[in-house]
Design a protein around this ligand. Structure first.
Ligand SMILES: [Zn+2]
Length: 341
């Protein structure tokens, strides 16, 4: 049994793979909640297919070791390009290829440019009234947008392996959301039109990268304040007793970072909804309710529900951190996502 535990720990903490994403739990939440940012003309179509949208959000991670060229779509190691590269990097793909060559760009990640490519593809799918494509591309675009919002997706030190902080990737994007997201405030308002999608994708990367220093620094400071046996604990993961960051450590990290993961999830939800909305507008606002077979009565109900928009989850900003993880499925894929990171 001890050997099995050791193996699980090695897989989860010491063998992270490049190009991972938010944990599956967070990806599903982000895509699902993005649906509720949409205007009445869109929300009926997306709500009708919300299960598919939610489940497909993790597909890009599932295939990233199988499909050539998939892995670099999930990140960009912006720090390999030198000081202040996040400001100096060519924003548009052709300019970046001219300066660095495609091989270099593919080696260090292409997430901001891939988001823009998907924006083009989703707009075309709306123009073609292709329901299957609209749904698949919407869901997967939400995945890449969410990845671009993760500070550890913007650095070579993606799992703290260069600073003796291995495992921080899973702490930030899997452990914290799974423990605490049920208490996050996800009322993010309405989707808004994006004037320049390519630059907006870079805004997300820049915002994430600027948070990187504190992501690493606070973990280090907290580690110094925690004894080893308080930093980690064991939990059942898919029937296996697995070493994870302790609840106390995770909650303290959340408080010290002043809800950073929550803010980034909120940002990702709003940005995903806004990208979907922008594609639909640029495609000439096709009648999605007609495509989804939504009746006039249903449409009226949707409009009434959408005016004014209610918070999709209870807003409890003053609430303390709950001591219990509630609800099944919160940890549904932690073990898997750990193994990927
Ligand atoms: Zn990913």
């Amino acid at each position: 049994m001890k050997r099995l535990l050791l193996f699980v720990f090695v897989i989860a903490m010491v063998w992270p793979q490049k190009s991972a994403a938010w944990g599956f739990y967070a990806h599903r939440r982000i895509d699902r909640l993005a649906v509720f940012t949409l205007p009445p003309e869109m929300i009926g179509f997306y709500k009708k297919h919300i299960v598919y949208i939610t489940e497909t959000s993790t597909k890009p991670d599932s295939r990233r070791t199988l499909v050539p060229g998939e892995a670099p779509r999930h990140y960009i190691d912006i720090d390999v390009y030198g000081d202040s590269a996040v400001y100096k990097m060519p924003r548009f793909w052709k300019d970046a290829v001219a300066k660095y060559g495609e091989d270099t760009l593919m080696a260090y990640g292409i997430v901001p440019w891939h988001i823009n490519l998907m924006k083009f593809q989703l707009t075309e799918a709306f123009k073609a009234r292709d329901t299957d494509k609209i749904l698949r591309l919407s869901s997967e675009m939400g995945h890449y947008i969410a990845d671009a919002c993760v500070p550890l997706h913007t650095t070579q030190n993606y799992n703290g392996q260069l600073t003796n902080q291995r495992g921080i990737h899973a702490l930030w994007e899997s452990r914290l959301p799974e423990l605490l997201a049920h208490n996050y405030d996800f009322f993010v308002g309405r989707a808004a039109y994006i004037d320049n999608p390519q630059l907006r994708a870079w805004d997300a990367v820049t915002r994430a990268h600027l948070a990187l220093d504190s992501v690493l620094r606070f973990e280090k400071e907290l580690t110094e304040a925690f004894a080893e046996d308080r930093k980690y604990s064991f939990e059942d993961r898919n029937g296996v007793n697995t070493r994870v960051y302790s609840r106390d450590f995770s909650e303290d990290y959340h408080r010290q970072r002043n809800g950073q993961v929550e803010r980034q999830m909120r940002y990702a939800i709003a940005l995903t909804g806004s990208f979907w909305y922008t594609c639909w507008v640029d495609a000439g606002q096709p009648d999605l309710n007609k495509m989804a077979g939504i009746s006039e009565t249903e449409l009226q109900h949707i409009k009434e529900e959408a005016q004014p928009q209610q918070p999709v989850l209870p807003v409890r900003p003053e609430a303390g951190i709950p001591r219990e993880v509630r609800g099944k499925g919160l940890a549904e894929s932690y073990f898997l996502s750990c193994a990927f990171h």
